[in-house]
Design a protein around this ligand. Structure first.
Ligand code: NAP
Length: 315
């Protein structure tokens, strides 16, 4: 195994690349393993208008390309690799990809969370072009439009209520006849006159991939099988997120939904292991909060490396 890296960062969304920028500028020579979905969820979005410093907005992939180049400019090393195994309990720790193994004095986990999708063919094709998994990010683009939110949990209620600020009508489509959302969130949504309800309905189709925009959505009653087309220009899929923590299960403390538990900044249950971004945040889930926690993780890793015995610390 080659000499240990000071910091290995797993993941290359806003959290991972900000951690890389800060740890590179602290002369820690970080290695970023960018994973299969390099750049994270922003690679699936179009215009980002809420990242401070970009008054006229910036395309998601362009923002990620900038962050990547900025981390590299200061010496961050970025490699592609599908991580197959990590050992966070040994010292140095071990990070294994399908091609190589790396030893690490500290590890920053920034593997994000994946929005659950319905699995329809059009969904990915129209992502960022009418289909969205983030109302906070994309709601603004639907001023004066009729749109739909899919899901029956707290996220769906929250997104539906938020989207009524922009849309003329928001139809909540949920597969069962009762909502999963908490009573208070349901009440808030139900009392909003701009929200319409299609319970016991599943989404069959989203149109129109040929045009590259959403023109309608076909839903089907789970009770009668009857199908109907909704004339919506936006579909917000709010059926939950899955944190990308399978690699760390059994090594790190996770909450009941599988998110990494952090404390005192970006610290996890293991010394030398830090977590940032959506993999430890199921509440805010914004590019800017992910970047902020990436900065915290880098500073925490720097302090950790300063504190460990010399034979483990110096390169
Ligand atoms: P969730 O509670 O797991 O709800 C997911 C919803 O999506 C459920 O209604 C589920 O239907 C539906 N769903 C799942 N897979 C589906 C599929 N393949 N097709 C159609 N529908 C599908 O997820 P969440 O709403 O994102 O909430 C996650 C956690 O964050 C919860 O603990 C929630 O309380 C919390 N949260 C809290 C707040 C708040 O308090 N302000 C806001 C947002 C989230 P079924 O009901 O039929 O399973």
């Amino acid at each position: 195994m080659p000499a240990p890296k000071n910091v290995v960062i797993i993941g290359s969304g806003p959290a991972g690349l900000t951690a890389a920028l800060y740890s590179a500028r602290a002369n820690l020579n970080p290695l970023v393993v960018e994973g299969i979905e390099a750049g994270g969820q922003l690679m699936l979005t179009t215009m980002v208008e809420n990242f401070p410093g970009h008054r006229d907005g910036i395309m998601g992939p362009d923002l990620m390309a900038e962050m990547r180049a900025q981390a590299q400019k200061f010496g961050g090393e970025i490699i592609q690799g599908n991580i197959t195994k990590v050992d966070l309990c040994s010292q140095p720790m071990a990070v294994q990809t399908s091609e190589a193994s790396y030893a690490a004095r500290s590890v920053i986990i920034a593997t994000g969370a994946s929005a659950r999708l319905l699995g329809l063919p059009a969904e990915r094709g129209l992502m960022g072009h009418g289909v969205s998994t983030c109302a906070t990010c994309d709601g603004y683009f639907f001023r004066g439009h009729e749109i739909a939110v899919v899901g029956g949990g707290d996220s769906a209620m929250e997104e539906a209520v938020f989207l009524t600020r922009f849309a003329t009508k928001v139809t909540v489509v949920h597969r069962r006849d009762t909502l999963r959302a908490s009573k208070i969130m349901q009440d808030k949504a139900r009392s909003n006159p701009k929200i319409a309800w299609l319970l016991s309905h599943e989404v069959d189709e989203i149109h129109d991939t040929g045009k590259g925009e959403v023109t309608s959505m076909v839903v089907r009653s789970t009770k009668t099988g009857e199908r109907q087309a909704l004339p919506v220009t936006g579909v917000f899929v709010a059926i939950g997120h899955t944190p990308n923590t399978a690699l760390f299960r059994g090594q790190l403390e996770l909450d009941q939904n599988g998110y990494i538990i952090t404390h005192d900044g970006a610290k996890t249950s293991l010394p030398g292991v830090f977590a940032c971004g959506d993999v430890q945040d199921h509440i805010y889930r914004q590019a800017i909060t992910a970047a902020g926690t990436g900065c915290m993780a880098a500073i925490d890793a720097e302090h950790y490396l300063d504190s460990i015995p010399e034979h483990l610390a110096s390169v």
